[in-house]
Design a protein around this ligand. Structure first.
Ligand code: FMN
Length: 147
């Protein structure tokens, strides 16, 4: 599922966090498998990401595929890695606690890979990130001062 709540938590050990609605299928899968992947998608995948936000994973056999996102198994963990992702973190669940109406899930990064648009830093000539600007007949992204 799309998440805006991603946060970097610790460098050593490498920890990241997301806040997850406990009713979401994704949250249930993460708690059961004790693992998840975080993928950064380029702007060309904005509509597909929108499809992920409007489908409940429990209603389809393969939600990523039904949104047009091919995927493979992770390099280190049995997590789905989106083929078109510009970068992916494979995480094992380190800790989880309920805060308000969401579940704070902290993952330990077990593998990190990118398609080459990230080395020591992002190459923003080749990677145009999705900058969520709201929901207007679907998911929208700030286009930026690019041609
Ligand atoms: C841009 C965007 C960001 C979102 N961020 C979050 C988030 O951080 N946490 C969350 O629980 N849901 C978030 N959502 C909502 C979920 O993506 C949505 O409820 C999704 O359909 C859940 O799917 P699932 O039931 O298959 O897991 C976001 C939706 C959008 C469009």
């Amino acid at each position: 599922m799309p998440v805006v709540s991603y946060a970097s938590v610790s460098e050593s050990p490498p920890l990241v966090a997301i806040a997850c609605n406990p009713d979401s299928f994704t949250c249930k899968l993460i708690l059961r498998s004790k693992s998840f992947s975080l993928s950064l998608l380029g702007r060309e995948d904005t509509a597909k990401l929108g499809a992920l936000a409007t489908t409940h994973g429990g209603e389809v056999t393969d939600k990523l595929l039904s949104a047009g996102l091919a995927h493979r198994k992770g390099e280190k963990l049995n997590v789905p890695v989106i083929a078109s992702a510009r970068a992916t973190l494979e995480c094992s669940l380190e800790s989880s606690r309920t805060l308000g109406d969401h579940r704070l899930l902290v993952g330990r990064v077990r593998a990190a890979h990118s398609d080459g648009t990230f080395t020591d830093s992002w190459d923003f000539r080749r990677y145009r990130p999705i900058l969520y600007t709201g929901w207007k007949d679907g998911m929208t992204s700030y286009e930026g001062p690019y041609e």
